[in-house]
Design a protein around this ligand. Structure first.
Ligand code: CTP
Ligand code: CA
Length: 226
């Protein structure tokens, strides 16, 4: 299939994207995190900038270069991510895309000193983190909001549930149980759902998928009511 031409489909639009993992500190030298590489979010930021958008990328710690023309705002924790994303949306945002793999829980307390190994077992108490995507989607001035869902089974059902629960305009789902695709990989295959339809993209490079997603988002946010 030929790549559809994205041209300047996002000219004049302000896009905010979250990407990468978050890190939730346990003590000064340890944290809870995950294997997110940030590749899908960075590829989307690059594709959106190429399509003419002003792009702010709120990113957890990753090792990727910042795409040309993209403003990157680094964060560590889920709490930082919510603050930075809310600030970026306050500054003006037409399209919000959440690709970040946010830690769902954080340690209830962060130890001030390195925890010593002085017992045979230990328990860490965790508390729920704020949901950046749901918080942005619930704003009265919500932008066109796109979520991601990584699932290992019942992809369509879990993804469309998530879209309704979080009041999203679109959700991009991938089946992370497929070896060599998705998390920490260069290749991906996704199913995109919106209230009246769906599209299946890939398997393809994350760059190619990002280009197709930008075209789909541009199409649908124009039709949107906001
Ligand atoms: N997300 C977010 N903030 C969180 C958790 C998730 O912004 N604290 C966003 C992710 O960036 C993604 C979407 O919500 O776009 C779905 O994330 P996912 O982990 O699949 O869903 P959860 O709502 O956390 O549900 P669960 O992990 O239980 O499936
Ligand atoms: Ca989660």
């Amino acid at each position: 299939q030929p790549e559809p031409q994205t041209g300047s489909v996002l000219a004049g639009k302000r896009v905010v994207i979250t990407a990468g993992p978050t890190r939730e500190p346990i003590d000064p030298v340890r944290y809870i995190s995950n294997h997110s590489s940030g590749k899908m979010g960075y590829a989307l930021a690059e594709a959106a900038a190429r399509a003419g958008a002003v792009v702010v990328l709120v990113s957890g710690p990753v090792t990727l270069p910042v795409p040309r023309g993209v403003e990157m705002r680094p964060v560590q924790t889920a709490t930082d991510m919510l603050a930075a994303a809310s600030q970026a949306v306050d500054e003006g945002c037409d399209i919000f895309i959440a690709t970040a793999a946010v830690a769902d829980y954080r340690p209830k307390a962060t130890a001030g000193d390195k925890i010593k190994k002085n017992s045979e077992a230990m328990a860490l108490e965790l508390v729920r983190n704020p949901d950046t995507l749901a918080t942005i989607a619930a704003r009265p001035d919500a932008p066109f909001t796109v979520g991601f869902a990584a699932e290992t089974r019942d992809v369509e059902r879990y993804a469309t549930d998530k879209m309704q629960r979080k009041k999203l305009d679109m959700i991009v789902a991938n089946d992370v149980s497929v070896p060599g695709l998705g998390f920490n990989s260069d290749q991906n295959a996704v199913s995109v759902f919106w209230p009246e339809g769906r599209a299946d993209i890939g398997p393809a490079s994350k760059q190619a998928i990002a280009g197709r997603l930008v075209a789909l988002i541009a199409q649908h946010c124009e039709q949107g009511v906001n």
